[in-house]
Design a protein around this ligand. Structure first.
Ligand code: KIV
Length: 296
């Protein structure tokens, strides 16, 4: 692999190197500045997200699906999440890194939850995220009390939805919207600094946002949230198994990637790669010497 270059043709110039903090996100909400959140799972894409001005990089447990090929987020474990978190943290200088706590890493007890959160922080994260409303407020508080910033996640909760009714729109009725407001309030009381609202009817997400005192980050929850989050592979068009309605593909990279990789495979098979410009040679005279010694 070639060495990193300081080429001026990089996608976008970094605005500032100072890390985005919990306080910065609160100020953005107060000033009406929308918060751009995106997932990433490795060093190279983290670098690009950071350069592009993404405020928060979420190392989502969606890695289970888009990186590891599982049918849901349930199977991924702490070891894998910590590895992805470490890689992403080495790529981003400005963006806040939030590590998703995988299924099973916080449900059993407060002690287990704090231990798992500590592991993600040691891996390089600035904060952690866990799924659940009022029922998980105690876990969130235990982690906050240990000094670790926590992002909540309500509405569609993929870790448990996958085990029960599947992926369904939340907040479709006034009663359901009221429960979501209660969930958000319980999390706020526990000390979370932000809450992801996943696949919530936009009117209900707007209500939750207006009642909240911390930034809400929507995914499939309409434009009324304080920020938005998407899964990187969805945005780039390289995960083709599922395409939810809320996803906007800003690129269709699967096809150009397929074309490039097909060209490579064909050129290798045809003996057209590597060429002279891709080849290293021995010092002058050494090749003849080597062949003589080898008896060729
Ligand atoms: O795992 C993930 O990518 C997430 C986002 C979809 C919010 O939790």
């Amino acid at each position: 692999m070639s060495q990193p270059s300081s080429s001026s043709s990089s996608p976008a110039a970094p605005a500032a190197k100072k890390k985005v903090s919990v306080g910065d996100l609160a100020a953005m909400r107060k000033d009406g500045v929308k918060i751009a959140v995106l997932t990433a799972y490795d060093y190279s894409t983290s670098l690009i997200c950071d350069r592009a001005g993404v405020d928060v990089i979420l190392v989502g447990d969606s890695a289970a699906m888009v990186v590891l090929g599982h049918p849901s987020t349930v199977p991924i474990g702490m070891h894998e999440m910590a590895m992805f978190c470490g890689a992403v943290s080495r790529g981003a200088k400005r963006a806040m890194i939030v590590g998703d706590m995988p299924f099973g890493s916080y449900q059993p007890s407060d002690e287990k939850a704090v231990g798992s959160a500590v592991q993600l922080i040691k891996a390089g994260c600035d904060a952690v995220k866990l799924e659940g409303g009022a029922e998980m407020a105690g876990r969130a508080k235990a982690i906050v009390d240990a000094g670790i910033p926590v992002m909540g996640h309500i509405g569609l909760k993929p870790q448990t939805a996958a085990l029960w009714e599947g992926y369904r729109l939340q907040g479709k009725t006034a009663g359901s919207a009221a429960r979501l407001v209660k969930d958000a309030q319980a999390l706020e009381k526990a000390g979370v600094f932000s809450i992801v609202l996943e696949m919530i009817a936009s009117e209900a997400a707007e209500l939750v946002t207006s009642k909240a005192s911390v930034p809400t980050i929507g995914i499939g929850s309409g434009p009324g949230c304080d920020g938005q989050v998407l899964v990187l592979h969805d945005l780039l068009g390289i995960y083709e198994d599922i395409k939810p309605k809320f996803v906007k593909r800003y690129a269709e990279l699967a096809k150009p990637m397929l074309d490039a990789i097909s060209s490579y495979a064909q050129e290798v098979k045809a003996g057209r790669f590597p060429q002279e410009q891709n080849t290293f040679h021995m010092a002058p005279g050494e090749a003849e010497k080597m062949r003589r010694q080898a008896g060729k």
